[in-house]
Design a protein around this ligand. Structure first.
Ligand code: ARG
Length: 360
């Protein structure tokens, strides 16, 4: 039977033997001003350097996102969130914030052989002013196999049953390629245990990975509007082993659930009104500017002139980089259904009206 390292909520053990070459597993120390939304989850009755046991990310001034298994057995009084500190022993830096509410995904199922919906939201006692991390949109194409992501955490820097884990004092990060679920589910790898709500990253030869104590931390990718979170560290067999990738909760699968939990009416921009203009082969789509919006996500799907052919499998989306007008030359017979949403942080407006583009 496989011993998955989701069974890893334990006490962080600091050991004396220093080994400068070992990080996250073979990562590097994060820069002091990088990742300002990265937060540690610590036991409330311990110092952060002893009591850190999971990572999390600030995704709203009042909410952090983590793995549900990080909250197993915990109450809002037993844990705290540490923001603004990269080196856990640097006591004068950052803020330890209490928790008002723990919201686990209703489908979360703690089964070490096949965990499901491993995500939880922690509502902070008071809103904070650190920058927030954007979550990948449900329909964005950021998660292509071969794309590089970065995972980070204060977890174990080696995985060795015969010796205590060596947790990091300074935040560590490692860059990893995203691999397809098909590769991750190969007979010699996880053999079907990886659900479509999960995402794998790592090298077939192993060597670099997150590990125990990194759970709940993010896998982020760089986009032209900044870093976005695509995964939450969830489980793996051992750490950094050949053929056994790190398995993450797939953010895009749960984006809707997350935003419904964290977004209040006052966070949510109103929805734009969309206009389509076609001249010959040129299609122009524009929409009304929304006052409180930080940007717009554009959605499109091929359609055969009727909307019923638009399914969740063929919708794609991208960030318009603040633009409220897009123009494109399209080929004859290319029909598209288009819509747009305004966003502020991770909170989105309703969809605009749907426009139809038909090129004769
Ligand atoms: N479940 C672990 C935790 O709570 C994370 C395990 C990660 N394993 C891996 N091979 N990436 O910290």
């Amino acid at each position: 039977m496989r011993l998955l390292s989701i069974l890893c909520l334990g006490v962080a053990v600091q050991t004396a033997w220093a080994s400068p070459t070992l990080r996250v597993i073979d990562g590097v120390r994060s820069k002091p001003d990088a990742w300002p939304w990265m937060a540690a989850i610590v036991y409330a009755n311990q110092q952060p350097n002893e009591g850190q046991f999971c990572g999390s990310t600030l995704i709203h001034p009042s909410w952090v996102l983590t793995a549900a298994h990080c909250t197993d057995g915990e109450t809002r009084d037993s844990i705290k969130v540490l923001l603004g500190r990269k080196k856990l022993t640097e006591e004068d830096k950052g803020e330890l914030i209490g928790i008002q509410r723990i919201v686990k995904h209703p489908f979360y199922d703690y089964n070490p052989e096949n965990p499901n919906a491993d995500l939880a939201l922690l509502q902070l006692e008071k809103p904070v002013s650190y920058p927030i991390l954007r979550l990948a949109d449900q329909y964005s194409d950021l998660i292509q196999p071969g794309e590089w992501g970065t995972v980070m955490g204060w977890g174990a820097q080696r995985y060795d049953h015969s010796r205590p884990s060596e947790y990091a004092d300074s935040l560590q990060e490692v860059r990893l390629p995203i691999v397809s679920n098909a590769v991750c589910n190969a007979p010699l790898s996880y053999h079907g245990d990886v659900q479509e709500s999960m995402l794998c990253a790592g090298f077939v030869e192993g060597g670099k990975d997150a590990c125990i104590g990194d759970s709940g931390g993010p896998l982020v990718v760089e986009t032209n509007t900044g870093w976005q979170q695509v995964g939450i560290m969830s489980w793996g067999e051992g750490c950094a082993q050949p053929d056994y990738y790190g398995v993450y909760t797939r953010i895009s699968f749960y984006q809707d659930f997350i935003t419904k939990q964290i977004c209040e009416p006052q966070d949510t921009p109103s929805s734009p009104q969309l206009f389509v203009h076609i001249q010959g082969h040129y299609a122009t789509v524009s929409w009304s500017k929304v006052k409180t919006a930080e940007g717009y996500q554009f959605y499109y799907a091929p359609s055969s002139a009727d909307l019923s052919s638009v399914t969740v499998d063929n919708i794609q989306s991208f960030d318009t980089l603040g633009k409220v007008r897009l123009s494109e030359r399209l080929n004859s017979g290319m029909n598209l259904s288009v819509a747009v949403r305004a966003y502020r942080g991770n909170c989105y407006s309703d969809y605009s009206n749907v426009g139809t583009i038909i090129i004769e």
